[in-house]
Design a protein around this ligand. Structure first.
Ligand code: PMP
Length: 328
């Protein structure tokens, strides 16, 4: 939102609804700003002051989009792929991925949000394993649902157990959001681990699994397991995937032209995905090694995505100058 717009909202005299001052909806006022974007902004501010900062906040490959994908987009512009596209996406793109039961939307973030908005009523509970991607609880709040966090510690490699899941389910549970490979921990659920969670969910037929697999191709275990692979729960899994991370296309947001580019991404040569994955793996190995050398930090060995989630609680209560280090 621009400052101007914000000012207008603040200045507008409110006749309707009896609301004074800022007139954003209650729905929006319930949301907290993204901590990731706040960190990113702080890093830009410090950089502007000349401080040497490495920004590790926003989850974005630093690679450029591969050339054959860019070429497909340029051709799509020249061929006038500029009109309203079908709501569920161009059939050619859907075919490039897998037949049937596919919807193309703007990006994985919008897809997760649309799913939550479509499923969750006021007061419904959504189970979110923690640590979690910061946007999930905000999406649940937007839908007037209640996020229910299930704490997964570093000792359990940040993965929830079937017993924890079982304990979190209530009659109000509507969905479980499961992110693997995970942002922010890089943890990857194995097929066996997913199967055990699935067996719990079979007892609760109203619970939908929102499986965010946007990091499918960035894994260091050589295979990807999905909740959707189990026939007995498949119909209750909404699987989210996309081109942002694997094909370095975070800024494309999938409209008409981008759908043609995404089609080239899925249908074209896949070596670029492996090249980027290998680079991420080399960097992961380096950063895990270096982080382990820092006294007081505890790290897991991420098996996917491009995140590291060091446990730093040994610093809590200590001082940096006058400031006591704490979680907030
Ligand atoms: N899900 C997770 C777990 C993510 O980390 C991100 C990006 N940070 C997204 C979804 C959003 O993906 P997209 O850019 O396709 O909207």
């Amino acid at each position: 939102m621009t400052n101007n717009m914000e000012q207008k909202i603040n200045n507008s005299s409110s006749k309707g609804g009896g609301r004074e001052g800022a007139t954003l909806s209650d729905r929006l006022n319930r949301l907290a700003p993204s901590a990731t974007l706040a960190m990113s902004q702080r890093s830009s501010e410090l950089k502007a002051q000349g401080v040497d900062v490495i920004n590790m906040s926003v989850g974005e490959p630093d690679f450029n989009t591969p050339d054959h994908i860019k070429a497909a987009a340029i051709k799509a512009v020249e061929d006038n792929w500029s009109r309203y596209s079908p709501v569920p996406g161009y059939p050619e793109l859907k075919k490039a991925y897998a037949p049937g039961q596919i919807l193309c939307s703007n990006g994985a973030k919008q897809s997760v949000c649309n799913t939550i908005m479509a499923l969750v009523n006021a007061g419904d509970e959504v189970i979110i394993p923690a640590p979690y991607w910061v946007s999930y609880p905000q999406m649940v709040l937007l839908a007037e649902g209640t996020p229910v966090f299930v704490e997964a510690t570093i000792e359990q490699d940040f993965k929830i157990t079937p017993a924890q899941l079982e304990a979190a389910v209530t009659p109000k549970t509507r969905a479980l959001i499961l992110c693997s490979p995970s942002n922010p921990t890089g943890s990857v659920y194995s097929k066996k681990e997913l199967e055990a969670l699935k067996d719990v969910l079979l007892k609760y037929p109203n619970v939908i699994v929102v499986a965010d697999e946007i990091y499918e191709h960035i894994n260091y275990v050589g295979e990807h397991a999905s909740m959707a692979q189990f026939p007995d729960i498949k119909d209750r899994v909404v699987l989210i995937n996309g081109v942002s991370k694997a094909y370095a296309m975070t800024g494309w947001r999938i409209g008409s032209v981008s759908q043609k580019a995404a089609e080239a991404a899925f249908a074209g040569p896949q070596q670029c995905v492996e090249d980027m994955r290998l680079a991420f793996e080399r960097r992961k190995n380096l950063i895990v090694k270096l982080a382990k050398e820092i006294p007081g930090l505890e790290v897991n060995d991420p098996q996917g995505a491009f995140y590291l989630f060091p446990k730093c609680s040994s610093f809590f209560g200590k001082k940096d100058g006058d400031r006591v280090i704490n979680t907030r």
